[in-house]
Write a protein that binds this ligand. Structure first.
Ligand code: TRP
Length: 331
């Protein structure tokens, strides 16, 4: 069966952009594909989280996947750092990637723009991410548009390895960016991203979620003036959550104006948002209240993931001329 692999960094709160842009499409793919979903805790270390914060955030991401419908019997959910084979693969991949290419990576740029230091792990980030993808033999990688560059780097590394060591050394992956979702706008109209501080949280309290929605920036057209839905961030988000009929209605209301202002549109969005997340939020809270069960799922996932990664590494070690590792039993 074809494989899908993706990961989310446990840093900051999961937001509506993560869900619509990546998690939701990934869960759709998981219905037909063998899927490996992990919490990218190694990647999170590049920004120096407090250990307890990292541990908590790791559980939060796992709980988010489960609350949104991941079936842990069918898909493999695990912590990135539970599979040491991935680090080993990253080293081998590093030998085929020019250092200058890493320098132009998105993570380096983001750290620089945010005034954070670019430590060596930030710089190495795309190599580790490529190893995440290639270790499990992913055919497709569901990601948000911002991660496409990294998946393409993984693709390049796989091709280079295959040219040297044989076509079937690594599976060449493809990014899968959901075109119909496009960019999910944040409260300031730019792409929703924690680095812009413009997110609508996914599982925060109804009050804080509502507050984020009420804070969406609009132009200053009055209640009675006709408005252009295509230029309205509230409408763009509404479109991703509401039914077709509801969307058609807001579209007409905005265009008409006359007693329908942005405040009304925001109320409608807050309502649909609450309707959508109420059940999964409850589920999320329950998962977080049972950390032992959560850890059990992650541990079982790691065992399965290691078997897949070890198969790749055994093959690759042999191809590149390293000695075969006696791994003992991974079960
Ligand atoms: N870099 C990704 C992010 O920040 C997380 C990630 C790590 C990832 N490894 C991956 C995503 C492998 C897809 C595949 O969102």
């Amino acid at each position: 069966m074809a494989r899908a692999v993706t990961g989310i960094q446990p840093s900051g709160q999961v937001h509506v952009g993560n869900w619509l842009g990546m998690i939701r499409p990934a869960l759709t793919i998981a219905q037909d594909w063998e899927s490996y979903f992990f919490v990218a805790d190694w990647h999170a270390l590049t920004s120096h989280p407090e250990p307890d914060v990292l541990r908590r955030a790791t559980r939060e991401i796992a709980a988010t996947w489960l609350a949104l419908g991941l079936d842990a019997d069918r898909s493999t959910l695990f912590r990135q750092s539970d599979v040491p084979e991935v680090q080993e693969l990253a080293w081998i991949l590093g030998t085929v990637i020019p250092a200058g290419l890493l320098e132009r990576g998105h993570a380096v740029k983001a750290a620089r723009d945010g005034g954070r230091e670019v430590n060596a792990s930030t710089w190495w980030y795309p190599t580790l991410m490529a190893a995440d993808i290639l270790a499990y033999g992913a055919d497709v990688v569901p990601v948000g548009a911002d991660q496409k560059q990294h998946v393409e780097m993984a693709r390049d590394m796989a091709i280079k390895i295959n040219v040297r060591f044989g076509d079937d050394a690594l599976v060449v992956p493809e990014p899968r960016v959901r075109a119909e979702v496009g960019v999910v706008p944040g409260t300031d109209g730019r792409k929703m991203s924690k680095s812009y501080g413009n997110v609508v949280p996914l599982f925060d309290t109804p009050k804080r979620t509502r507050k984020a929605i009420m804070g969406i920036v609009t132009d200053s057209l009055g209640v009675d003036e006709p408005k252009d839905p295509d230029r309205c961030t509230v409408f763009q988000l509404y479109k991703l959550l509401a039914t077709d009929d509801e969307v058609a209605e807001m579209d007409a209301d905005l265009r008409r104006g006359r007693g329908y202002g942005y405040g009304h549109a925001k109320e409608a969005l807050a309502l649909v948002m609450e309707r959508t997340v109420a059940m999964p939020r409850e589920c999320y809270t329950e998962w977080l209240a049972s950390p032992a069960r959560l850890d059990e799922i992650l541990d079982a996932g790691a065992r399965r993931a290691r078997v897949a990664a070890a198969a790749t590494l055994d093959r690759l070690r042999e191809r590149v001329g390293l000695h075969a590792l006696r791994r003992g039993s991974l079960g």
